[in-house]
Design a protein around this ligand. Structure first.
Ligand SMILES: *Cc1c(COP(=O)(O)O)cnc(C)c1O
Length: 484
């Protein structure tokens, strides 16, 4: 049932507060405020009692789907549960009441948290230095590419091209283009991994870097990564890794040990800080020591037992964010890392990989799996078999909403027809995975027996099938009382 707008519930006689009777002489507003500060009419606020306001917003809030409500198997996004202890720590007044312009002597605790977090990330990723400034994975990519350009420039030639596999996330070619490089696509082999011969053919002395995602967006480990790194380094180029899929690798293998020179982390994926709806993120970048002189300024450095902010040397690429980055996100990631510890982080990745493989084993009879191979933390099915019955992947995704689940990522990666990209994460129980598998199997049966049911889905959600093009265009509508 759609909830009426709060303006439609408004009644002249209702009021949310009861003020005591006036016990001072009444003053006209004009005597208290300059004329140009007074509205000709009062604001058109809805009039409701307090309980009606509370019920209105609670009714809206339960229509939302979120990870605290149910499984969120959105591939590539690592929608794991965000432990509440992270929030409790981030809410401490010692963190929320400080200002970025305070003297550093009065914020030693915050600087220590940043310094230690950068150290943990360097240890986890196998890097020599880390900047915490970028506020998302995509901004981390751009920062990484700016570092790569600065490195090559310092050696006399910025070079012109960055090679990207065709399975890459859309932000990769976008970041390459914005950083002034030309993206060069290299095709995946039939096993879904980088084809070494195809790679050899595009590498040359104009190549600035290869941008590799590992595990790649098909959920497959690029097992030839060391061989790839050797080929890339041989032409003087650098290895960039898109670290968005780090949830498969924690404590098991370190990108810095497999030949990666630069990588961004997504704290809001791997390290359990909330995301979605464009909320704050954090995309720290780790580098090998050859790239450290170029890191953004300022950075937190320990000098004689005191933490200070230093601008770095003349080769720094400068600032990439106001002040120091999204500090609240750092507090949550720091808390998570400290709560898990080294063993716990390894268990995170083991759990993520086992959960994905369990789900894959339950679904692979009912759906096509175009790139078989041991899955890492996620896998990509194809809805091709269902499409032959007139059911598109979009219909499968919509039907899942009726069955009480958030849909997986659809139509990505682009190299899989009718893609369904499923990432359960380690935080789901076997019972939840089974319930999701049952829903997917039911949908596969319905595609055979009753395709129209799927084409009409969803039926149980507050709004049914949206006109997606129109919904995208209507991004910024606002309510005007009295307007039709
Ligand atoms: C999420 C993601 C990104 C982009 O990260 P944002 O924080 O959303 O900017 C890049 N690459 C891959 C593979 C991702 O999954």
């Amino acid at each position: 049932m759609p909830v009426p707008l709060i303006f439609e519930k408004s009644r002249e006689v209702q009021i949310g507060v009861s003020l005591p009777a006036l016990d001072v002489p009444e003053q006209p507003l004009g005597k208290l405020l300059p004329q140009d500060q007074i509205r000709p009419q009062g604001p058109e606020l809805p009039q409701l009692s307090e309980v009606d306001v509370v019920r209105h917003f609670v009714a809206l809030s339960v229509m939302n789907y979120h990870v605290d409500k149910g499984m969120y198997p959105l591939g590539s996004c690592t929608m794991k549960y965000n432990p509440k202890v992270n929030e409790n720590v981030a809410k401490l007044p010692g963190f929320t009441d400080i200002h970025p312009l305070q003297p550093v002597s009065s914020v030693q605790g915050a600087l220590r948290l940043m310094h230690e977090l950068a150290g943990y990330l360097a240890e986890i990723g196998g890097f020599d230095a880390v900047t915490l400034q970028p506020s998302a994975g995509a901004q981390g990519e751009l920062t990484g590419l700016m570092l790569i350009r600065a490195y090559h420039e310092s050696r006399g030639n910025p070079r012109a091209e960055v090679v990207i596999p065709d399975s890459a996330h859309g932000t990769n070619p976008a970041s390459v283009t914005i950083s002034g490089y030309k993206p060069i696509q290299v095709c995946s082999g039939r096993d879904g991994r980088v084809d070494l011969e195809a790679l050899r053919a595009v590498l040359n002395e104009q190549t600035a870097a290869l941008m590799l995602t590992n595990p790649n967006t098909l959920g497959l480990f690029e097992s030839q990564v060391q061989e790839i790194a050797k080929m890339v380094h041989q032409v003087g180029a650098l290895m960039y890794m898109d670290g968005a899929n780090l949830n498969a690798l924690l404590g098991i293998v370190r990108p810095g040990d497999m030949g990666i020179d630069v990588m961004h982390f997504n704290l809001h994926k791997t390290f359990s800080t909330p995301h979605g709806g464009g909320g704050p993120g954090s995309g720290p970048v780790g580098v090998k020591k050859e790239l450290a002189p170029f890191l953004p300024r300022p950075s937190v450095v320990l000098r004689d037992g005191t933490l200070v902010l230093e601008d770095g040397g003349p080769q720094s690429i400068g600032r990439v964010h106001a002040f120091y980055g999204n500090f609240g996100v750092m507090v949550k990631a720091y808390t998570y890392i400290r709560m898990m510890g080294a063993q716990g982080l390894r268990q995170v990745s083991e759990g993520a990989v086992i959960n994905a493989n369990y789900l894959l084993a339950r679904l692979r009879e009912a759906y096509e799996l175009p790139y078989p191979g041991p899955a890492m933390h996620e896998f990509v099915l194809s809805g091709d078999r269902q499409k032959a019955k007139g059911v598109r992947t979009l219909d499968i995704a919509k039907r899942l909403l009726d069955l009480g689940f958030h849909a997986p990522t659809v139509y990505f990666p682009l190299i899989v027809h009718e893609a369904l990209m499923i990432e359960p994460t380690e935080t789901e129980s076997k019972q939840t995975l089974d319930a999701f598998a049952e829903a997917m199997l039911q949908i596969a049966r319905e595609a055979e027996e009753n395709p129209e049911l799927l084409q009409r889905a969803p039926q149980t959600t507050p709004v049914s099938r949206l006109d997606e093009a129109r919904a995208a265009r209507m991004g910024n509508i606002c309510y005007r009382p009295g307007a039709a």
